[in-house]
Design a protein around this ligand. Structure first.
Ligand code: GLU
Length: 312
């Protein structure tokens, strides 16, 4: 897989600065770096700080990667500094007649009958074709509660698919996704697409919990006139109950593992084991060993269970 891509592209890691990264987040971020290095791409970093921000978390996440030997090739892109770009993207879609106001609460959506053939959770289309009079009164109703309408993309519930290096073809229904939330915050699906395009990201590697969002993001990038990136969704690290690893599972962050005696070398030895390269050659001790050792075609495709070390 090495060397098969044009020079000049980029990959990225885009953690939300909501707290310390756990070993699963770190594994995805390291794999993104490895993939960039193996394919001659730049490795970029984005701080997704529009929501759920913890003070100091972004700096601490970057510091952990620096300790592991990884620094981004350019200064990180900070989403909170880019709201004008997200507004401009919505304006472009609106000029194409693809944006409408939505006055629904979460409860309204949960209680509405779903559209035929739509998967559970898909927007049922309640506000898609309201008349101007209905919109006016819905706006006034929200205003009285100090809320704004959300903005949605008009998609007519179409299917779209991506081709993923690990997962193969991923199909999903693209429903009328939110572009800007009722609290005024630009929505994740819009911001990632705008930012990935602006940074020249031509391949996205991230955890496979986001694979089902990829077709809608690919579709949105097409509407914005941007090229669709390539996709590499990697398996997650789970807890012993088979759920996504989380802080409540115990010592799962780099800082916690370090305080229990793990070294940087232990982190890479664990990466080697967990990705299925444990019986390949010498033990990985650094990120350079990981760049040499990961073979995406042979990487373990099943999720890994992480059992946190006890703290005594
Ligand atoms: N910020 C998202 C997260 O931390 C990742 C976004 C992405 O990789 O597309 O889950």
């Amino acid at each position: 897989m090495t060397g098969s891509h044009p020079v000049g592209g980029a990959g990225r890691f885009a953690p939300s600065p909501s707290g310390d990264l756990h070993i699963g987040n770190i594994r995805s971020g390291l794999l993104s770096y490895v993939r960039a290095r193996q394919t001659g791409r730049r490795f970029l970093w984005r701080i997704e700080d529009l929501d759920r921000v913890k003070a100091g978390a972004a700096e601490s996440q970057l510091a952990v990667f620096a300790e592991l030997g990884v620094t981004p090739d350019e200064p990180p892109l900070v989403q909170s500094e880019r709201t004008g770009k997200y507004s401009a993207a919505i304006a472009k879609l609106a000029a194409d007649g693809l944006v409408y106001e939505c006055y629904c609460s979460r409860k309204d959506i949960a209680q509405a009958p779903s559209a035929p053939h739509a998967p559970p959770g898909a927007y049922p289309g309640t506000c898609r074709s309201l008349g101007e009079g209905e919109r006016e009164s819905a706006r006034r109703r929200l205003e009285a509660n100090n809320r704004e309408p959300a903005l949605r993309l008009r998609t007519d519930n179409r299917k779209h698919h991506i081709d993923d290096v690990v997962l193969g073809r991923v199909d999903a229904l693209v429903d009328d996704l939110v572009l800007r939330r009722g609290d005024g915050v630009f929505a994740y699906n819009l911001t990632v697409v705008v930012d990935d395009a602006a940074s020249g990201i031509d391949e996205i590697l991230r955890g496979d919990d986001l694979a089902s969002s990829a077709p809608r993001q690919a579709y949105l990038s097409r509407l914005l006139g941007e090229p669709e990136p390539g996709w590499v969704h990697v398996p997650l690290v789970l807890n012993e109950d088979g759920q996504r690893l989380a802080k409540r599972d115990g010592a799962v962050t780099y800082q916690q593992l370090r305080s229990l005696g793990w070294t940087v070398e232990d982190v890479f030895a664990w990466m080697q084991q967990s990705l299925g390269f444990g019986s390949d050659g010498p033990r990985w001790k650094s990120v350079d060993d990981m760049v040499d050792g990961v073979d995406f075609a042979r990487m373990l495709s099943a999720p890994t269970v992480f059992v946190p070390p006890a703290d005594s």
